[in-house]
Design a protein around this ligand. Structure first.
Ligand code: AMP
Length: 258
């Protein structure tokens, strides 16, 4: 994942309101976006691009937890085994982590959440956290299971900058040459080493997909019922996905100052 791409979402400096079917609704002050999708749907990539374009933070709960694991903190020690099994961390713990993050001033004009909420209980908790902070739109990235397994088993993460990189992509800077043929790159554009995530093995990926179907998929209906859901085909090229999400965000939030 790189910030060098230029998605079409205009950088916004003014507060906006959510345009709904009922235009008499009160104005909202921030752009709150939640990305929903199975592991490997491209949420991390899209969250980073959209957040940069919107001028709001991308908040990845998976990244926050991985940093905690790396640092060896109490939180990290508590969550590592659960993450390695592809299961979910307890709702109360996740809500506490996200509540603290949303309490930081950089989220005042909005955020792009990647990986939270992951259960209906978390979504309800998020509603509580967002009271008086404006409306929220959920974007579902739909991807087939085969595409997910292929993507995730090839995915590498930079140990230095944390970006996701397909080792065959241009984000990955150097390639080893094996028998005269270029092999997968092992070094990120920033110079960091590309590593496989410990939960990107096939067995854990399958468990994460089961967890997604069981616990997270119900969120699609949760947000659809309140007409806050937009679905995008996540199997398309990343630039196209970015462009389509941008369009959705532009259609939902307008630029008028409230
Ligand atoms: P991700 O990087 O979003 O795929 O998250 C990696 C792992 O972190 C997941 O498989 C879960 O174990 C854990 N995790 C991340 N976000 C949440 C969440 N909102 N609720 C529960 N567990 C989470």
């Amino acid at each position: 994942m790189t910030r060098t791409s230029t998605p079409s979402v205009a950088v916004r400096t003014v507060p906006r309101r959510l345009r709904t079917e009922d235009e008499s609704r009160p104005a909202t002050s921030s752009t709150n976006v939640v990305l929903i999708g199975p592991p490997g749907a491209g949420k991390g990539t899209q969250a980073t691009r959209l957040a940069a374009a919107l001028g709001v933070p991308a908040i990845s709960t998976g990244d926050m937890l991985r940093r905690a694991v790396q640092s060896g903190s109490t939180l990290g020690l508590a969550v590592k085994a659960v993450m390695d099994r592809g299961e979910l961390i307890h709702d109360a713990m996740m809500t506490e982590i996200v509540a603290a993050r949303l309490g930081e001033p950089d989220t005042r004009s909005g955020f792009v959440l990647d990986g939270f909420p992951r259960t209906v209980d978390q979504a309800v908790a998020l509603d509580g956290l967002l009271e008086r902070r404006g409306d929220l739109i959920a974007v579902e990235l739909a991807v087939t299971e085969n595409a997910i397994i292929r993507r995730l088993s090839q995915r590498r993460v930079c140990e230095r900058c944390g970006c996701n990189a397909d080792p065959g992509s241009s984000q990955a800077a150097s390639s080893e040459v094996a028998g005269g043929r270029p092999a997968f790159a092992t070094v990120c554009g920033c110079g960091g080493v590309l590593q496989q995530r410990s939960d990107d093995t096939e067995a854990v990926i399958r468990e994460r997909l089961r967890t997604y179907e069981r616990s997270t998929k119900p969120l699609v209906d949760f947000y659809r019922r309140r007409r806050a859901l937009r679905a995008i085909d996540g199997t398309q090229a990343p630039d196209l996905v970015t462009a389509q999400i941008s369009k959705v965000i532009d259609a939902v939030f307008d630029h008028a100052a409230s």
